[in-house]
Design a binder for this molecule. Structure first.
Ligand code: F6P
Length: 241
């Protein structure tokens, strides 16, 4: 595992964007595993700038997002599809039909999960999976539990997760209680994983995940088992490493 701690936000973003861009240079048809959250936003912004200057192209690439809330109306500003369109897809040359986010409004959520896994199986493995981490150690929305699920599934969000995300909604009651998430098995199948973490409030969980015991009570600790993980931290998140 290669862990880098950055003093300056610009270097964090340039390194993350550079890794994605060099993958696309060597493999234009790369399959990208994408994440929402605040940590990748600057990297997406940088990729938009590079794409608009002709320094990188997504024209042949495809993407699979980690997760989506269940039950938000289509076009809701806080849905992860809206986030991705707004923060990245609408501004680069990726073909929107090659971008995939689980459908949290599917009439049959179980069938939607199976469909997502079948697509990943057919078009994967993911070349580069971007991840954030929750305060409780979740990756995607794989919450700490006695056991974890390998494939895409519907998950009940923990109160800690809903509270952390309440800042994006009018009130806690408006935060969905369920989500669809790729499972840890699918995440760990990626050829390379880039974990992005910013903020002092994540320092404890970063330390537990990267140096503590490997346990389902901290899903991000499973990353210690993966052969090709790069971790980008800002100074706050890397304070205890
Ligand atoms: O990037 P941030 O703001 O630390 O947030 C990370 C969060 O985003 C997600 O990646 C969203 O899918 C979650 O796994 C995690 O809760």
């Amino acid at each position: 595992m290669n862990i880098y701690t950055f003093q300056h936000e610009a270097d964090f973003n340039a390194t993350g964007a550079g890794l994605i861009a060099s993958l696309l240079h060597t493999k234009p048809r790369a399959v990208l595993g994408l994440a929402t959250g605040s940590s990748p936003i600057g990297i997406y912004q940088r990729l938009i700038e590079m794409n608009q200057k002709g320094l990188v192209s997504f024209a042949k690439a495809s993407s699979y997002n980690l997760d989506e809330y269940v039950g938000l109306p289509e076009g809701h500003p806080e849905s992860y599809r809206s986030f991705m369109n707004e923060k990245l897809f609408n501004h680069i040359d990726i073909k929107i039909e090659n971008t995939h986010v689980p459908d949290g409004n599917a009439a049959d959520l179980e069938a939607e999960c199976q469909k997502y896994d079948a697509m990943l199986e057919a078009n994967g493995p993911v070349d580069l999976q971007i991840l954030g981490i929750g305060h409780n150690g979740h990756i995607g929305f794989n919450e700490p539990d006695e056991s974890l699920i390998g494939g895409t599934h519907v998950v009940k969000l923990q109160e800690k997760t809903r509270t952390a995300n309440a800042r994006f909604f009018p009130s806690l009651d408006d935060v969905p209680t369920q989500a669809i998430t790729m499972g840890v098995g699918s995440i760990l199948k990626a050829k390379q994983i880039m974990l992005l973490v910013r903020g002092e409030d994540k320092a404890e969980i970063v330390k537990r995940a990267l140096t503590g015991p490997i346990t389902s009570q901290c899903p991000a600790s499973l990353l210690q088992c993966h052969p090709n993980v790069v971790v980008l931290l800002d100074q706050g998140a890397g304070r205890l490493i």
